[in-house]
Write a protein that binds this ligand. Structure first.
Ligand SMILES: [Zn+2]
Length: 80
């Protein structure tokens, strides 16, 4: 059985709820909004990127902040 945490975000183009899975955190099977992701989970945020929405847009997390905050806020970057 897989063990992962999930980062949730709304597609900036259409609002559809999307999510990415990370295996770098404590694998608590928790969901986190992309604006408040534990540092350890954020390190692996693009593991399954790009995230493809039904509307056709593709996204990656554009910044993995390089600071040691407990929680970090990720931005979304559109993939052409
Ligand atoms: Zn969309």
């Amino acid at each position: 059985m897989g063990c992962y945490d999930t980062i949730c975000f709304g597609c900036p183009d259409c609002g559809e709820e999307l999510s990415g899975q990370s295996k770098s955190g404590d694998c608590g099977l928790k969901d986190y909004p992309h604006t408040s992701v534990p540092r350890s989970v954020a390190d692996d945020a693009n593991r399954h990127a790009p995230f493809v929405c039904d509307c056709g847009s593709k996204w990656i997390f554009g910044n993995i902040p390089d600071y040691a905050e407990a929680k970090v806020s990720l931005t979304l970057e559109k993939v052409k």
